[in-house]
Design a protein around this ligand. Structure first.
Ligand SMILES: Nc1ncnc2c1ncn2[C@@H]1O[C@H](COP(=O)(O)OP(=O)(O)OP(=O)(O)O)[C@@H](O)[C@H]1O
Length: 242
């Protein structure tokens, strides 16, 4: 891998985005090299928030800044961002090595340095020896490791994880969170992670943004927000009060 990289601040300033009747309004900042967990009820706008940052959606108004640079109208591939989804991250007909290499060079024109970065990322996610396997010959957790390796070789300072581990069982999910934690310690990228599991935010000692109905209604350190003194709406979401 290409050494230590530093995360970038991610800021949404007065961003408005509508899907029909669903009106969303985001105003939030994630400082450089922090981990932010995005939680909230189904349909509250979590994936839309990440899609706006990644550039798969464009706001009706407002600005998205990454390290102070306005990226609101910039194409997804030109943003300093990588994204990992819950599934469908990999090309089924390509082996592990090629799937990862696509993150480095979409046309697969690889230099020796690129190949070294691909091998290093594969090693870092614990898949050395499985380079020639197709996704069908991997477990769900291994497939998500490939997706993370591909994000790593892109060498972008912001990593977006959209329920990336949701289809994995609890033990494997914890392993993946440990991997994210270790990668974050090494590379200090800024991470925004959508999850349905508030305990993931604790596991990563993350900042927490709680979304309801298209807006952030609570924010702060996960350990504080998820404690007894946290907001009532969050407790209702967690099922700890009715
Ligand atoms: N492509 C789309 N076209 C129209 N409406 C959409 C589209 N994608 C999402 N929506 C609507 O926008 C709202 C926010 O959706 P989003 O997927 O961001 O929510 P979410 O919090 O990620 O939900 P979940 O936890 O169920 O994945 C929902 O009301 C959803 O129905």
């Amino acid at each position: 891998m290409s050494g230590r990289r530093k995360g970038a601040e991610v800021a949404l300033k007065d961003v408005r985005f509508n899907y029909g009747e669903m009106r969303m309004h985001f105003d939030l900042t994630v400082p450089p090299a922090r981990i932010a967990a995005i939680i909230g009820p189904s349909g509250s706008g979590k994936s839309t928030l990440l899609n706006l940052i990644a550039g798969f959606e464009t706001p009706q108004s407002g600005e998205i800044l990454i390290n102070g640079v306005d990226v609101t109208r910039i194409a997804p591939e030109e943003r300093p961002v990588s994204m990992v989804f819950q599934d469908n991250n990999l090309f089924a007909h390509l082996d592990v090595e090629t799937n990862v290499a696509l993150g480095r060079s979409p046309k697969l024109k690889l230099t020796d340095a690129d190949r070294a970065a691909v091998n290093s990322a594969i090693a870092r996610v614990g898949l050395t020896g499985k380079e020639k396997r197709k996704p069908e010959a991997l477990s769900g957790g291994e497939r998500q490791r490939v997706a993370i390796a591909r994000a790593l070789v892109r060498n972008r300072p912001v990593l977006l994880l959209d329920e990336a581990f949701a289809s994995l069982g609890p033990a494997l999910r914890n392993q993946m969170l440990d991997l994210v934690k270790a990668l974050h310690q090494e590379m200090s990228m800024t991470i925004l992670m959508v999850t349905h599991h508030p305990e993931d935010a604790l596991h990563l000692d993350a900042m927490l943004f709680f979304l309801e109905n298209g807006a952030v209604t609570a924010r702060g350190p996960a350990r504080k927000l998820l404690s007894d003194t946290g907001p009532a709406a969050l407790k209702r979401y967690m099922g700890t009060v009715t």
